[in-house]
Design a protein around this ligand. Structure first.
Ligand code: HEC
Length: 186
């Protein structure tokens, strides 16, 4: 029970000091508890007074091991470090022109390159005829370029030619070059 002091107006204009008292309804405390619980849970939801969402998350601590990558997805023969253009151009072709490497190179050329360069390398592939207009890679001006130069263009792209370092492994790029040399009659 609460007791309040108050004034009640009287007819003569003066106030009359009275005591006002009232009893809180019985459900008041239940309501209060429910409100507290409700506000408490919503505060938890919002992480008040500040959000702790960034802290409470799966974090890899210094001493913890990340999950090992699935088998066969880690380069075990060493990964290729990015080369500068001149470094790439100076490289000799480490892949020998064997029937296997030429067959591999042919398959890759047909898959990735023929669409622009054409089956014979003349630049007359369906895309090459309409767009980008690649050079005839059997022309003397291209033939005279070293394997390293081709490797650089295939790996990092040319002015308009796309780059293939992510699609073709280093060995595959060299194998394609062997196949290009074959197309050039070398
Ligand atoms: C989207 C079309 C396109 C595709 C696909 C393409 N090329 Fe090219 N390629 C070009 C263009 C255009 C050039 C002219 C050079 C430039 O882009 O600066 C070129 C140039 C070249 C050259 C000449 C480099 C030099 O020394 O002048 C070689 C070699 C070559 N491409 C090989 C390939 C190989 C191998 C593939 C497949 C892995 C390939 N290209 C896929 C468009 C393409």
């Amino acid at each position: 029970m609460r007791v309040h002091k108050g004034y009640r107006k009287t007819g003569d204009g003066k106030g009359k000091k009275i005591k006002i008292s009232f009893r809180l309804p019985s459900y008041y405390f239940k309501l209060l508890v429910a409100l507290l619980l409700l506000s408490g849970s919503s505060l938890l939801l919002y992480g008040w007074p500040w959000s702790i969402d960034m802290v409470v998350q799966p974090t890899l601590l210094a001493h913890e091991r990340p999950m090992p990558p699935p088998e066969g997805t880690l380069p075990i023969a060493g990964a290729e470090r990015p080369l500068t253009e001149s470094e790439a151009e100076a490289m000799p072709n480490p892949v020998e022109p064997t029937p296997e490497s030429l067959a591999r190179g042919k398959l890759l050329f047909e898959t990735y390159c023929q669409v622009c360069h054409g089956a014979g390398g003349k630049g007359d592939g369906p895309v090459g005829k309409k767009w980008l207009f690649p050079p005839d890679i059997t022309a003397p001006s291209v033939v005279e370029h070293g394997d390293g130069r081709y490797y650089s263009v295939i790996s990092y792209g040319g002015m308009t030619m796309p780059q293939y370092s992510e699609m073709l492994s280093s060995r595959d790029r060299w194998a394609v070059i062997r196949y290009i040399r074959k197309l050039q009659g070398k």
